[in-house]
Design a protein around this ligand. Sequence first.
Ligand code: DX5
Ligand code: ZN
Length: 219
Amino acid sequence: MNRPLIAPSILSANFARMGEAVSEIDRSGADWVHIDVMDGSFVPNLTFGPKMVSDLRPYTRLPFDVHLMIQNPDSLIPAFAEAGADYITFHLEAVIHAHRSVQLIRNLGKKPGISIVPSTPVSHVEELLPYVDQILIMTVNPGFGGQSLITTCLDKIKQLVSIRKAKDLSFLIAADGGINQDTAPLVRNAGCDVLIAGSAFFSAQDKTGLVNALKGEVF
Ligand code: DX5
Ligand code: ZN
């Protein structure tokens, strides 16, 4: 059985207590901190910029997985790299020259990822698979936490698993949106490597229990 990495998203944390939220993620046994950057243009919501990333950096040694839901990501990628991002993922739909953006992230010494929204097929990203460390499949329309997982997106995870095997590649497959204890088995069974969870994590009383449940561990 696939035992995925868990990346809680601080989008669902209290923005007035963000350092504490990252410490909670650190203590929970989760693997990465998922940081949702929104510009009010690519998605109809706003969050924060590179300063939040640098201010949060001292709160944990876990990798920072920065998910850019912004137009023209190239203009801010260097600042997020400098701020302490480890993985930097941008949206295919927000750029023309995606290969150039991937190289920009790589040349800054960070791990490039590409995300696709529910209406974008896997075929649109296929040419770039040899160059990335992560493909992030949005399982909701990006912009807000607390939405329901769109189950048809799970087929895209299965397609990526099969292409990765056929081409002998090694990128991670992440899923983002609507992941909780009930839907996590579907995402794991599709072959996903990284489960991102915002509202499920921050609404859980027992965060370590939730992380273990998302990983599929039974005690
Ligand atoms: C949505 C963000 C997600 C969000 C997930 O646009 O990219 O990372 O935090 O939230 P939940 O887990 O509540 O669907
Ligand atoms: Zn996200």
